[in-house]
Ligand binder design. Structure first.
Ligand code: 5GP
Ligand code: ZN
Length: 112
């Protein structure tokens, strides 16, 4: 399967690691949209948040357990934003589930 994020997880494409555990891998986005912009991906190839079900939802819960630890490691005590884009209308460009963590500075106006 040709997936950029699977290749990053496998170490075939270099990345700047921020966090890793048995369920997820987090690295700095190549095109940062904030001072700290981290992409958090499950170690399993899941297309998007639209493909979560009882058999794979552990990856999502484990990612959300990791998020406070990643935020603490980055000293984001003043807050941050988590975003996941889904499909064409959601402007998802990489079809491997990922959560953007944005912070490190005052973020621009929110959409919702
Ligand atoms: P999406 O648009 O799918 O929500 O987000 C995909 C993100 O992956 C984008 O923010 C993009 O900059 C990032 N990205 C794409 N390819 C690479 C890569 O090879 N390395 C890193 N570090 N980030 C990437
Ligand atoms: Zn993948």
């Amino acid at each position: 399967m040709d997936c950029i994020f699977c290749s990053i997880i496998a170490g075939e494409i270099p990345s700047t690691k921020v966090w890793e555990d048995d369920y997820c891998y987090a690295f700095r986005d190549i095109n940062p949209q904030a001072k700290d912009h981290v992409v958090i991906v499950p170690r399993a190839h899941i297309e998007s948040a639209d493909k979560i079900y009882a058999g794979n939802s552990v990856y999502v819960s484990k990612i959300f357990e990791a998020i406070p630890k990643i935020a603490a490691a980055l000293n984001l005590e003043n807050g941050y934003r988590i975003i996941t884009n889904i499909g064409e209308h959601g402007c998802q460009s990489v079809k491997h589930l990922h959560f953007h963590l944005l912070g490190g500075e005052q973020l621009p106006e929110k959409i919702v």
